[in-house]
Ligand binder design. Structure first.
Ligand code: ATP
Ligand code: MG
Length: 390
């Protein structure tokens, strides 16, 4: 619900506000730029300012501005608001107009906050503002005040140079502004898990370098299209940044692994993936690897098996979904819009031996790595394609 005459969206951050003054102001700048990029990418006109640890975006289409803001990492909530003089008269009038438009029954509350010097308190705003709402509608129906469980809440935020009246706080993703961390290589398969994992690190500020391994005969024909499509969806959260997919032709290396291994196959295959990711990370100045792996989700994802693969790379392997249940991941994939493209099996199932190892001996796994794999990896990485998703 939007107050009549609203021309500003108040955007709030969360964790950014827990930083030292210097870091906070740097992060607010990045957040502002990301919001501007998102608005630009959606052709929405607005001017964006940072004041008192809040971001204010002014423009005609406050509905679209607020929706865009809630797709920007670091944003906790966004409210389309009516901006008025910070006087009791101005606030009363704004509340009365807003009530006539949006309050047509049930109980209401006025929730006021105030900072700065005024000749009234926030309790005064609650009381006098409540009276203004009441008087605006009492000829039409019997208003009712319920401060604990109102049907309509009139929010007032009063500052020295303006007061903001709004009716809703649209939730954003939270997290930290994208670009406030160094990039990570995201292993993206187009399945359900990996896009959610990539989303999670983006949400905490790391840009991603999406990496898709073309598994040759072990990848299905729609495999690549799915991976690219999910990255395209992730790009809507990337503040207008380009998320070029690095597509590495890993078929020959995977075939070598399949030929050379038995029970340890999936683990040697995992090591192969991390080595490729590490090589791409080196070239793209990324400082870690992100995967959609979760503890116990697959035979290759047991606690013992992670211990047998992680030393394939010196880079940290981040697994944001490590403790998450599948249903929970599925529901998040639906929320962020990556679920629909992520369906059917990946080629990994066909690579797996009949009796995959779940309690690998790290030494045996290292010994099972074919000698010429490093060479095949080097060739594959050198031959990679870049698939634009913008
Ligand atoms: P998802 O691929 O979404 O995780 P999954 O559970 O089928 O679904 P696995 O095959 O177990 O995935 O792979 C575990 C992780 O390895 C993935 O989350 C992803 O990060 C990475 N991965 C798997 N296959 C590929 C691929 N072809 N290209 C890039 N990364 C991949
Ligand atoms: Mg998985």
């Amino acid at each position: 619900m939007i107050p009549p005459g609203a021309d500003t969206v108040l955007v709030r951050h969360g964790d950014v506000g827990s930083k030292s003054a210097k870091v906070q102001s740097d992060m607010e700048r990045v957040l502002r730029e990301n919001l501007e990029r998102t608005l630009d990418a959606r052709d929405i006109d607005a001017s964006v300012d940072v004041r008192w640890a809040r971001i204010f975006a002014r423009g005609d289409d406050v509905d679209a501005i607020a929706d865009a803001a809630t797709d920007v990492f670091g944003v906790v909530s966004a409210s389309p608001c009516l901006v008025v003089d910070p006087t009791m008269r101005g606030i009363r009038r704004a509340l009365a107009n807003t009530a006539r438009e949006h309050y047509d029954g049930g109980a209401f509350a006025v929730e006021a906050r105030r900072a700065g010097s005024h000749d009234f308190t926030s309790q005064d705003i609650g009381r006098d503002g409540g009276e203004a709402v009441w008087e605006a509608v009492e000829d039409d129906f019997q208003p009712e005040v319920d401060l604990d469980d109102p049907d309509v809440t009139f929010f007032v935020e009063c500052r020295n140079d303006a007061a903001y009246v709004f009716l809703e706080k649209r939730p954003g993703p939270g997290g930290l502004p994208l670009g406030t961390q160094r990039p990570l290589v995201a292993l993206v398969s187009g399945g359900i898990d990996s896009p959610v994992a990539a989303y999670e690190v983006m949400k905490r500020g790391s840009p991603i370098v999406p990496l898709y391994l073309d598994l040759g005969q072990y990848g299905g024909p729609d495999h690549e299209a799915r991976a690219v499509e999910t990255v395209r969806r992730l790009a809507t959260y990337a503040s207008g940044r380009d998320l070029t997919v690095h597509k590495v032709p890993a078929g020959p290396a995977v075939e070598r692994v399949v030929d050379a291994t038995g029970a340890e196959r999936m683990l040697v295959y995992r090591r192969l993936m991390y080595r490729i990711a590490e090589a791409v990370a080196d070239e793209e100045s990324a400082v870690g690897i992100v995967t959609g792996e979760a503890l116990g989700q697959k035979s290759s994802q047991t606690a013992a098996n992670f211990a047998a693969v992680d030393d394939a790379t010196t880079l940290p392997i981040h697994r944001p979904l490590f403790t998450r249940d599948k249903q929970d991941i599925v529901s998040q994939a639906r929320d962020i819009g990556t679920f629909d493209t992520a369906t059917v099996n990946t080629g990994c199932n066909r690579i797996a031996p009949d009796y995959p190892e779940t309690n690998a001996d790290p030494t045996a796994v290292r010994a099972a790595v074919p000698d010429d794999l490093a060479e095949l990896i080097e060739e594959a990485v050198a031959d990679r394609d870049r698939v634009e998703v913008a």
